[in-house]
Ligand binder design. Structure first.
Ligand SMILES: *Cc1c(COP(=O)(O)O)cnc(C)c1O
Length: 386
């Protein structure tokens, strides 16, 4: 049986896949079994930060996998310790908890928020305020955090203690936080799955001041926006704020599963022995991969992300069939006159793989996509919009 048939017979039917099988690739080019190549403008939903089968990334993994691939968190391993140090040094955070996915990074962030509040303000202080149209993951708790009803319907009851409020409305957030005796507020600086919608900069700063004044834990979900995607290492750095907790995953290890929850000085002692754990979290191979990725997300790379952003905006703005370009850095939303799915299908026919988010075409290319490859992809997208 061919792959597509096998998959639809045996793999749980949770994904509506595009009719393409990918067998190999290099950088921003991937190939199907017939050798047809495509420009990959989705990078596994912002995961393959330096593209497919990148040489330096591979070497870091091979070096580590030939030493030790896993030891459990009962022992010290160097990549885990070094990665935690690098993440803290690059952000000013104090501690890191490692897990395997974005949802798990958020679960940890929520646990930190709740325990911090319970320690200081007692057991009645547990509510987490999130935003409408947010996306925080698929576990029952991160679904509860996700402010989109249609994800909730079939899985009641979800974890209690989550309330979502409209984005960019600080008055309502303040009011609801007070009414519910909130423990934490959790936001994405750019709502990714929600349609590549950046929050207002002022709203982000107001959330920071309000949470600071009321000793409420501010969590920023950087699962999609993090690790260089916005042109800064973490997107919150674009707004001159310092959150209490930051969760990240997707691009962190360049294509191996790794989640991280960064914990600020204020919350650094909240999690103690036995309060949280993960068998695979901090796995030395994933951490070695992440170390190699993080070291390459330097000022030069970040500047090139911003340049590529400027190029994309210049090429697309005012183009026929393009109504709006949203996002920051290489997190790009394109509001098209035609339905986004139609544009994406047309691009696929012409050798370019794009994503959608709500009513938009979404691009999350590799951070190091070569300019000429990017140029070719943007031309194809432009002609698909007409
Ligand atoms: C993808 C995503 C998640 C969930 O990550 P998983 O690794 O799929 O669990 C959480 N939050 C945001 C903002 C995301 O984009």
């Amino acid at each position: 049986m061919d792959t597509r048939k096998l998959d639809s017979t045996y793999v749980a039917g949770t994904y509506k896949r595009f009719p393409i099988e990918i067998v190999e690739g290099k950088g921003s080019i991937v190939k199907d079994p017939e050798g047809r190549s495509y420009i990959d403008m989705g990078s596994g939903i912002g995961v393959t930060a330096f593209g497919i089968a990148d040489d330096l990334w591979q070497q870091a993994i091979v070096d580590q996998i030939s030493k030790v691939q896993h030891m459990s968190n009962l022992y010290y391993t160097q990549p885990c310790a070094q990665l935690a140090e690098l993440l803290c040094k690059r952000t000013g955070m104090s501690k890191v908890f490692f897990s395997n996915s974005g949802a798990e990074a958020n679960e940890c962030a929520i646990k930190v928020g709740r325990k911090y509040a319970a320690d200081r303000k007692g057991n009645g202080c547990y509510t987490v305020i999130t935003l409408e149209n947010s996306f925080h993951g698929r576990t029952l708790t991160t679904l509860a955090a996700t402010g989109q009803e249609h994800y909730h319907e079939l899985f009641q009851p979800l974890t209690p203690g989550f309330v979502s409020v409209p984005a960019n409305d600080i008055e309502t957030l303040r009011k609801v936080a007070k009414e519910t005796n909130a423990a934490a507020v959790m936001i994405e600086c750019i709502q990714g799955e929600g349609g590549v919608l950046p929050l207002d900069a002022q709203f982000i700063r107001d959330v920071r001041s309000f949470t600071e004044e009321n000793d409420i834990v501010m969590i920023v979900d950087e699962v999609q926006t993090g690790n260089g995607r916005s042109g800064m290492l973490y997107c919150y750095q674009n707004f001159g704020i310092m959150p209490d907790v930051v969760s990240t995953a997707k691009g962190l290890a360049g294509g191996l599963p790794l989640g991280a929850t960064l914990i600020s000085d204020k919350c650094k002692d909240v999690l103690g022995f036995g309060d949280h754990g993960s068998t695979f979290g901090g796995n030395p191979v994933c951490c070695a991969a992440a170390l190699s990725i993080l070291k390459r997300i330097d000022d030069k790379l970040l500047a090139s992300v911003k340049e590529k952003r400027a190029y994309i905006e210049k090429a697309l703005e005012g183009a026929p069939g393009v109504e709006e370009v949203t996002g920051i850095g290489l997190m790009v939303g394109i509001k098209t006159t035609k339905p986004a799915s139609e544009v994406v299908s047309k691009c696929m026919e012409n050798g370019v793989l794009c994503l959608t988010a709500k009513d938009k075409v979404r691009l999350l290319p590799a951070l190091n996509i070569p300019m000429e490859v990017l140029g070719k992809a943007i031309e194809t997208i432009k002609s698909a919009c007409v």
